[in-house]
Design a protein around this ligand. Sequence first.
Ligand code: NAD
Length: 372
Amino acid sequence: MTEAESFTPSCLLVSGGAGFIGSNFIRWVLEEHPDLSVVNLDLLTYAGNLESLEDVDVRHGPAGDGRYYFVHGDIRDFETIARLLRGEASETVPQAQEARTPPPIDAIIHMAAESHVDRSIMGPAIFVDTNVKGTLTLLEACTAELDRRPRPFRFLHVGTDEVYGSLDLDDPAFTETTRLAPNSPYSASKAGADLLVRAYVETFELPAITTRCSNNYGPYQFPEKLIPLMITRALRDEPLPLYGDGLNVRDWLHVEDHAKGLWTVLAHGRVGEIYNIGGECELQNIEIVRSILRLLEKPESLIRYVDDRRGHDRRYAMDITKMRSELSWQPAHTLDKGLAETVEWYLSHQTWWERVLNEAYLATRALYLTEG
Ligand SMILES: NC(=O)c1ccc[n+]([C@@H]2O[C@H](COP(=O)([O-])OP(=O)(O)OC[C@H]3O[C@@H](n4cnc5c(N)ncnc54)[C@H](O)[C@@H]3O)[C@@H](O)[C@H]2O)c1
């Protein structure tokens, strides 16, 4: 077992920072760590939205304290990443007279991904391209840069509990040593990325760590995922499509707890290790949907059972003993309070989610939104 060493980055690259977890993480980390600069590298796919970071840009962008940079780019583009790592790439600010150049990067939190299971069933190729090839390109660029200029560095790969496959109701929760058994193209591509990270630690001694997290919820989540999908549809009195018998079990974690967990692992985790992050909060999908309907005072008659997702994993559950005992991290939010706050957020941010639904989503809407 390697010793835990504290690590304090000064300039952190967040890939996929305009997505759900990325935008929440960047907001949180810039508030909590006043000496830190953050570069958000994002391709702005349908899931990336700079509106989710408008307040961050005001407080920490060029007109604020100057610690937040945005670079519009692709994790599959080696040159862009190499230049960012060296501190030679300019940020993307179309209106500015002069674009700023972020300082050299000394840590990466890699979150950029195609992240929706249903989309991976409809079109797996982009999942392999982004999640596997994109991760490989980042790993290659980091290895090359650290060969060129060795320095203290961390690469944190943000993974998912879905790589472990599915549990029966009486199985023990996943631990970090549970064998990988991904069932969807999404989870298979994430498992591929996890294994590449492992290989780069073993073969190239890249100082990398992997986390695997359960289902996140909270503000700014794209309304194709269960909780915001149900909230936004219920608000418009539209039917709520629920897969199969609605009894699939997921573990839920508030996105801010995930953000704190990621920072804890980056700052104090051991290189080469895997850390499970979860909420110890297992619920059936139907229970989540009923809670949302209660909070919105909408009738359960809105629920429509639809044909089950192909290969639908029955249950996920996370054993977070390692995060608790080694890094003293544990979830702080309760689902009751966190879900009520999330519903409130969607109620008060109607413009945000209506625009997201109208613009990006309609072009590529998921199959399960058609009634069946
Ligand atoms: N949401 C969850 O519940 C959850 C749980 C566990 C792990 N994760 C993992 O956390 C990470 C973030 O998840 P999320 O829910 O915030 O995803 P998201 O879909 O909301 O955001 C993904 C972001 O990545 C960007 N992106 C996609 N392809 C890119 C590319 N080629 N180059 C640069 N940027 C690109 C998108 O524009 C978007 O901003 C993912 O790696 C996901 O697998 C998510």
